[in-house]
Design a protein around this ligand. Sequence first.
Ligand code: SF4
Length: 169
Amino acid sequence: MSQFSLSTGGYASKLALETTRTMPHIQPNFWTEKRLSQLTREEWEALCDGCAKCCLHRLEDDETREIHFTNVVCRLLDLETARCTRYAARSVLVPNCVTMTLADLDDPYWLPSTCAYRLLAEGKALPEWHPLRSGDPESVFNSGNAILGRVICETEADDLEYHLIDWIT
Ligand code: SF4
């Protein structure tokens, strides 16, 4: 098994939704009308639902590529807001933190199955609880798709093998 973690913009969905509200050039339903390669930077970032699942450590089976999530989260994540505390510097502070690009979505098996980027890359629809669809940033939490309250910081964790979970796939 190999270990990796990533951060693809796991800031709170409130930020993403506020972005869509305050930037009139972001079109309604843009994610259904454009390819990922056609998105503006604002639209790309607005896709993030803020679940922060991508900030969890996980293990990958080297032979099968099966991903096993843990309840251990990156030390930079604020456990009360689900926002990265050092977003701008995260790639320096956590070298294996991934700043996701279009190329990373060629084979997005490593992302959580609910991740908006993975869903669109696989030709699927955003779930009803996604803030872009619900209009409510709290819908991520209310639908049980936030990690807050169910995870621990990596600075307090044992070996990751002891922290495997099945509530994220
Ligand atoms: S898993 Fe996807 S949608 Fe959730 S915070 Fe990470 S990048 Fe955003």
